[in-house]
Write a protein that binds this ligand. Structure first.
Ligand code: AMP
Ligand code: MG
Length: 462
């Protein structure tokens, strides 16, 4: 089974609350990710026989279950104490020199639950399973989904009593910007230092000191966010507690992929002012990194020099991000020409073209792309100039997916799951596992939502 070595549990006691998951009434399987299991050196058959572990009804040997403490800025406002309110870290599984967190999400109340019940409805479990695995298959760093189970219990949500679920999340770690913030806000310099050493050992062994770590995280986040942007992905809740030090995408609450391209696209029902709109994501990443830098200041010599140094490091983000964004767009249009890339985006936004299908049409059959265009005249001019550059179409086929998890498909899989039918969930996962190749099976999944199907709002609803 798991080969646990629990380094987080060796950090000071105030970093977490040691406790087991709360057992559930009658667990049932929804999904076991056999490919991921094998990648982690785990025997799928053994996991399949361990439903009670994935339900939180049994703590596996070698685990050191705990709920982690963190804080964070949520929509720009400071929350002095958050933490795993509905999750338990079972421990760290070590395989082939890689170390991953194994975490149950929806596993019962903890001291950090505040008003919440510590549980998750089945819908958000299915959503995180589908979208995190799709994001992985698209080539984006992300936490993964190892298992999804039903609990045989109901949870009370706005919609009424809903079937409950538990997701087993695999992550390079669950260290967040908000983990540093909680110790900084408590003037706990010793805690900060222990966390810094832990984070460096785990994610950036070559980094020197707080600014070395900051530089490392900046590079990872610049790369991550540029990759999201190139896929039309809107994370939806880029709070500092949802930004990892590892550079993995985490927390698939109100996230969604854009269909019609519009830079101001927002999905989250609670994002009233569009703070986390598609086009704002790079700026928000920098804002979050500035919070990380601030939290690291107490670890540096004198305050004034520290602020100057941290500011200098943060100023490097614009160039880092620009380089990543240029790389992403060059791959998408098959030529390193940002003027061409930006003009295409402008043409697309004018007609609100389907983000995914426009780039893929350019890849497979540029002539047909114009059929979809609203402003054909402008597009024709662009197309002629683009074709004259001799774009790398083979490279484009590896950068522009055929299928993405379109919201109406995700919602349909969730609705069927609530009705006890997991066939649409399984079919969707199968299609999304190979997103860069056009097949007969994925043809129906390439179609954008019709007006009746379109999902314009997504919910954090856990
Ligand atoms: P999120 O918006 O998913 O990043 O969660 C923000 C905070 O709310 C975290 O501290 C979560 O642990 C907590 N939280 C979210 N849902 C629940 C729930 N159902 N029960 C307890 N805590 C929750
Ligand atoms: Mg979160």
């Amino acid at each position: 089974m798991f080969a646990f070595d629990n380094s987080y549990g060796r950090l000071p006691d105030r970093f977490y609350t040691r406790m087991a998951p709360t057992p559930v009434a009658k667990p049932g399987w929804v999904a076991l990710n056999e490919g991921l299991a094998r990648y982690l050196g785990l025997d799928p058959a053994a996991l399949r026989g361990s439903l009670d572990i994935f339900a939180g009804n049994r703590v596996p040997e070698g685990a050191d279950p705990l709920a982690q403490l963190y804080a964070g800025h949520q929509f720009g406002g400071w929350s002095p104490q958050l933490g795993d309110g509905r999750a338990i870290l079972l421990g760290e599984h070590v395989t082939d020199g890689r170390r991953v967190d194994v975490q149950l999400k929806g596993s019962g109340p903890t001291p950090y639950s505040r008003m919440g019940d510590g549980r998750s409805a089945l819908g958000p479990v299915l959503r995180e399973y589908i979208v995190s695995e799709a994001v992985h298959a698209l080539g984006v760093p992300t936490t993964r989904a190892l298992a999804a189970v039903t609990t045989g219990e109901t949870v009370l949500r706005q919609e009424g009593p809903m079937p409950g679920g538990i997701l087993t999340r695999i992550a390079a770690s669950h260290i967040r910007v908000g983990t540093f913030q909680v110790f900084a806000s408590r003037d706990d310099v010793e805690g900060l230092r222990a966390l810094l050493d832990h984070a460096i050992a785990r994610h950036a062994p070559e980094a020197e000191g707080p600014m070395g770590l900051l530089r490392h995280v900046m590079a990872a986040q610049a790369r991550l966010v540029a990759t999201w942007m190139g896929l039309g992905f809107v994370h939806g809740v880029m709070n500092t507690d949802n930004m990892t030090l590892s550079g993995e995408t985490i927390d698939y609450g109100p996230c969604a992929f854009m269909e019609a391209y519009h830079p101001e696209t927002v999905f989250s029902s609670i994002d009233q002012f569009g703070r986390y709109a598609w086009k704002n994501q790079p700026d928000i990443a920098l804002w979050n990194l500035a919070q990380l830098a601030t939290a690291l200041l107490p670890l540096m010599s004198d305050r004034a020099t520290a602020v100057t140094e941290a500011t200098e490091v943060l100023e490097g983000f614009r160039d880092l991000y620009a380089a990543e964004w240029t790389r992403v767009m060059a791959a998408k249009i098959g030529v390193d020409d940002m003027n061409l890339a930006m003009e295409l985006l402008d043409i697309m936004s004018e007609g609100q073209e389907d983000f995914t299908n426009t780039f893929r049409a350019l890849t497979d059959a540029p002539e047909t792309a114009r059929d979809e265009m609203t402003n054909r005249e402008r597009f024709d001019g662009w197309l002629a100039r683009w074709q004259a550059t001799g774009p790398d179409r083979a490279g484009m086929a590896r950068a522009n997916p055929v299928v993405i998890p379109r919201n109406h498909r995700v919602e349909a899989a969730i609705a069927a799951g609530y009705a006890g039918d997991f066939a649409p969930f399984e079919a969707l996962n199968a299609v999304l596992a190979a997103p860069y190749e056009a097949t007969e099976a994925n043809a129906p999944y390439r179609r954008p939502a019709t007006d009746g199907e379109r999902v314009t709002r997504t919910f954090c609803g856990t």
